[in-house]
Design a protein around this ligand. Sequence first.
Ligand SMILES: N[C@@H](CCC(=O)N[C@@H](CS)C(=O)NCC(=O)O)C(=O)O
Length: 355
Amino acid sequence: MISLFHKPILVFGTKKQQLIQQVPSKHFIQMARSSLDEMSDSGAFIRTASTFRNIISRDPSSLFPAEAGRYHLYISYACPWASRCLSYLKIKGLDKVISFTSVKPKWERTKETDEHMGWIFPASNTEEPGAESDPLNGAKSIRELYELASTNYSGKYTVPVLWDKKLKTIVNNESSEIIRMFNTEFNDIAENTDLDLYPPHLQAQIDATNEWIYNGINNGVYKCGFAKKQGPYEEAVKQLYEALDKCEAILGRQRYICGSMLSEADIRLFVTLIRFDEVYVVHFKCNKKQLREYPNLFNYTKDIFQIPGMSSSVNMEHIKRHYYGSHPSINPFGIIPLGPDIDYSSPHDRERFST
Ligand SMILES: N[C@@H](CCC(=O)N[C@@H](CS)C(=O)NCC(=O)O)C(=O)O
């Protein structure tokens, strides 16, 4: 049960402030240890904020300067938040200067001494296709990385984790901030510097779009799936389908969600849409309508999937094995539904908006 909340920590301050923010405050003592515990008294799912909020800067004198080879991104292919960071690595051409490792898809016990279930690295690189053992710290779990970075951490052990090899600590574990850094701060060493997914003229529109898409769709599917009472579930489903209907209408008029150019808001929307029919329809009870019943949204999802680099950020095997296998309160026997096995590389109709 969460009884204390705090505002997200935005750290753009001095070096001293940045270091202070690496140490979680005492408020985290009562925080949830996993998303399965993030529940209000009314039975609604309430996500807690991320803890490590340092910023990598293109300024060489900053505490965390953008340097080739210095940072490592720990992800799970299953996780939509981590996947948006991986998408940025791929489409910005940063994967040669920022290395990454994916954990195993299914949560396991992270320690023998307690019951916590979480992300685990495979013992070898052949154990689990797509997953690799931790090349930097030899950690067995994502939990161990948090414990290396902070001695009194008591929040959730989430991915993504952006790790600094030099200072041996977590720079940031909030995907919405990691993607902003990847978009701009590494442009001196990125291969695709021309791609700006958060250009000044679109920033207000992207921010506003992110807001309703996060509430209704990205986090909305979790609110549907993790609700423990009928009322909050129904409220979440209503909001989800209002937001999907709104997207469908917008995408009937233009190629991308903020207009004629690809933006951050598209990548953030995509990671939820690509999981929708394979997982959320069944596992999170989002079955009022499937993605395939929305012609614009479905074709749009294929369009984004087919952007060079994007498909390599999607590992459907990991996605399905994670969700269906890691939430025993929702799917006690861990059975993985076989369908629908959609081919997102098949033709779409979105070129009709190109000039
Ligand atoms: N605010 C975080 C959320 C990340 C998050 O919730 N990740 C999930 C996986 S999809 C996680 O690692 N959960 C671990 C747990 O709940 O114990 C972000 O966007 O970066």
